[in-house]
Write a protein that binds this ligand. Structure first.
Ligand code: UD1
Ligand code: MG
Length: 455
């Protein structure tokens, strides 16, 4: 039977105490709902409908996708009403799997297991037995062990509260059955809500078999309702990412101290020291080594390069066998060739730097094209900004720039030129020659330092 998925995400998420809709809070770099959608898309349903509520326009905007249908639930009347809203936007036949938007650890395999268990006369619920079931709906079974109902904690008797098996919120049934049951729901309960969970007892009454599939591990169905659960889920995702990296042959100095907020792909024998953060898409070639406390955001680094501690690299491409850091900052649109050295307190922005070129200390290279085999002396600055516009600096191959030089852009330094220390360069520097622009050093004979008046 064709499968479709309804994701209920209209809740306000009050316990987050946030102006932002709950499902947009991020774990491992993406919104909670994006994690759920990844698992849902992996099972290949023919349609996905997300139920959203007030503040939900931000949710729609944050999660583009031509495969998504959006259903607005005007009033939060309960999970049963939310599914009813979704069914108005979904095909009337086939199987519908309903779930919540705040369970980012859910795996596609689990959803498939559930969808596969449904047939024309079966309802399937995903249950779990977490260490602490409080606040959750309990699975009520009869003496024969058959599921009879789901009872919300607020409506439960003390005996029912003692049940350890809970409703995870993932439920699947034939779409036509859902439509019939939801039409009959009442809100005659402690919360005055239309409970989706009441369909279980209705199925039992209608002679439809109810199957409980239990989650292998209750952390997988952990919902996020507050910032404490958000942090717990973040940690779980980071542990999973660290374990996957180590299984792929990456050395992590401490798997508890790495954060991957996107996709990190590594070649063989990559080593990562403590407290590094990887955001967006980061690709590290063979034998790359990343020192402690680095932040890399959308970066590609070639084989054999070493990034030393406390470096910050964003939207950049770095060649092989480079040495970056410690304390380097490489900003967007920077492209470094092979064997480039960028040292401490050097900032590179929107610049290309050719193979074997070096800027080892205290420099700013912005909006520049630097050739091969160039040596940039300590304290060299490209003065790229005139207060209104940015201008480019061109430094051709094999140039040596003395320390503390200012290059006032737009300016070009021709091939093989040498610039003496302390120069202020505002005109083209000819190839192969030594260019200096120093004030003549003078000594003032007999000069006395001023002294403070004694009192
Ligand atoms: C629900 C289940 C409970 C289960 C628990 C698991 C019901 C009645 N109860 O309880 O059995 O153990 O989840 O976490 O289903 N939502 C809407 N519209 C609404 C109300 C809720 O879209 O009108 C969405 C929320 O955004 C949320 C989800 O449905 O993602 C669950 O709602 P919530 O109010 O958190 O239900 P619980 O009381 O936690
Ligand atoms: Mg909840």
């Amino acid at each position: 039977m064709p499968l479709q998925v309804a994701i209920l995400a209209a809740g306000e998420g009050k316990r987050m105490r946030s102006a932002q809709p709950k499902v947009l809070h991020r774990v491992a770099g993406s919104p909670l709902l994006a994690h759920v959608l990844r698992a849902v898309r992996a099972i290949g349903p023919r349609a996905i409908c997300v139920v959203y509520g007030s503040g939900g326009d931000a949710v729609r905007a944050a999660l583009p996708g031509t495969d998504l249908t959006w259903a607005r639930q005007e009033k939060l009347l309960g999970t049963g009403d939310a599914l009813k809203c979704a069914l108005e936007h979904l095909p009337k036949d086939g199987v519908t799997l309903a779930m919540f938007g705040d369970v980012p650890l859910i795996r596609a395999e689990t959803l498939t297991r559930l969808a596969d268990a449904v047939d024309s006369d079966k309802l399937v619920v995903l249950t779990a037995t977490p260490p602490d079931p409080s606040g959750l709906g309990r699975i009520v079974r009869d003496a024969a062990g058959e599921v009879r109902a789901i009872v919300e904690e607020k409506d439960a008797t003390p005996e029912q509260c003692a049940i350890g098996e809970i409703n995870t919120g993932v439920i699947a049934a034939p779409t036509e059955r859902f439509a019939q049951w939801l039409a009959r729901l009442t809100n005659n309960n402690a919360q005055r809500e239309y409970y989706l969970t009441d369909v279980v007892a209705m199925a039992v009454n209608d002679g439809v078999a109810v199957v409980a599939v239990s989650a292998a591990d209750s952390t997988e169905v952990q919902g996020v309702n507050d910032r404490i659960q958000l942090a717990a889920v973040e940690r779980t995702l980071q542990r999973q990412a660290a374990q996957a990296l180590m299984r792929d042959g990456v050395t992590l100095a401490d798997p508890e101290r790495i954060d991957v907020r996107g996709t990190l792909s590594c070649g063989s024998d990559v080593a990562i020291d403590i407290n590094c953060i990887f955001e967006g898409t980061v690709t590290l070639g063979d034998s790359v080594s990343i020192g402690a406390h680095c932040l890399l955001n959308n970066v590609r680094i070639g084989a054999g390069s070493v990034v030393a501690a406390f470096s910050h690299i964003e939207d950049a491409e770095i060649g092989g066998r480079c040495r970056i850091g410690p304390y380097s900052r490489i900003r967007p649109a920077s492209v470094l060739g092979d064997e480039v050295h960028i040292g401490n307190f050097v900032e590179v922005k929107a610049s290309t730097i050719g193979a074997r070129s070096k800027a080892n200390h205290l420099s700013y290279i912005g909006d520049a094209s630097v050739g091969r085999d160039v040596n940039v002396g300590a304290g060299t600055i490209t003065c790229n900004y005139d207060g209104a516009n940015k201008h480019r600096t061109v430094i051709e191959d094999d140039v040596h720039i003395g320390s503390d030089t200012q290059l006032i852009a737009p300016v070009t330094v021709r091939k093989g030129a040498t610039i003496g220390a302390g120069a202020t360069i505002s005109r083209e520097v000819p190839a192969g020659e030594l260019t200096i622009s120093q004030h003549k050093q003078v000594t003032v004979p007999g000069w006395k330092r001023p002294e403070k008046a004694r009192r």
